[in-house]
Write a protein that binds this ligand. Structure first.
Ligand code: 5GP
Length: 239
């Protein structure tokens, strides 16, 4: 939804223009699931997602992945490069969970022999349908652009899977979004947070992500705080 001059408000974030090259990404405390059918608010979620995203964008940049991240601008706000977003969700999976269980007769928790990529068309009215490379071409995304996004998605997976494994967490699956910057480069955008990834404690297999809200598995904020602590090594300040 566009509100005021160029301010875009989504379900969990607001995008506020800063200048020609930069925008502010503000993380809200709102949570939605199942295409907006389930809604709630969690005090402190915006702060946790902003800080976790910033941390993971830094890890990716240090490992050679181009992202839109520029800096942190206060509690629940990041400054990011202005991008023209592709209407695409690129999902990478390492372990069977979520919608993959509905699509294929595979048991939850089964490790996949190699990571798989799925593409979804980002469109609320259509319920974000899964698409293939031919559909992507119809949407104006070239084969080369798609190839580059897929290669970057696999690199992100390599970096983050290792990073989380070293911290006792399984990176089950996650969703990425990409855009093009003013220089014509394809750059990783949006967020990388427990709202957009599945993280399981390697020992207990407990969810440390939005599945806690989707499937009423417990206290969302304490799950996100545990994740924050495991990746930053610091106890989060209570909001
Ligand atoms: P699934 O297809 O199993 O529902 O989701 C796969 C992964 O992508 C999960 O980590 C999930 O959080 C993420 N994902 C897929 N679609 C969306 C979406 O529309 N919004 C958010 N926040 N995450 C998504």
């Amino acid at each position: 939804m566009v509100i005021g001059v160029d301010v875009y408000e989504g379900k969990a974030k607001k995008i506020i223009p800063l200048d020609d090259d930069k925008v502010v990404m503000e993380f809200k405390d709102d949570a939605t699931a199942f295409n907006g059918e389930k809604k709630a608010q969690f005090r402190g979620k915006g702060w946790l997602n902003a800080q976790i995203s910033a941390h993971l964008f830094r890890v990716l940049e240090e490992n050679g992945v181009k992202t839109h991240f520029i800096g942190v601008a206060g509690d629940n706000r990041l400054i990011v490069e202005r991008l023209k977003m592709y209407p695409l969700e690129v999902v990478v999976r390492n372990v069977v969970a979520g919608s993959l269980k509905k699509r294929l007769p595979l048991e939850e928790g089964t490790r996949l022999p190699e990571p798989i990529i799925e593409l979804y068309y980002k469109n609320d009215d259509l319920g974000d349908p899964m698409i293939n490379q031919y559909h992507a071409k119809l949407l104006g995304i070239s084969e080369a652009e798609l190839k580059e996004m897929e290669m970057t998605a696999l690199k992100v997976n390599d970096v983050l899977r290792k990073y989380f494994a070293e911290r006792g967490i399984i990176l089950v699956d996650f969703k990425l979004e990409f855009g093009k910057n003013a220089r014509g480069e394809i750059v990783l955008g949006d967020e990388i947070s427990p709202d957009t990834c599945r993280f399981w404690d390697a020992e207990t297999k407990e969810s440390l992500d939005k599945d806690v809200f989707r499937f009423d598995k417990g206290d969302l904020i304490s799950a996100y705080e545990r994740l924050y602590e495991r990746i930053t090594g610091e106890a989060p300040a209570r909001r």
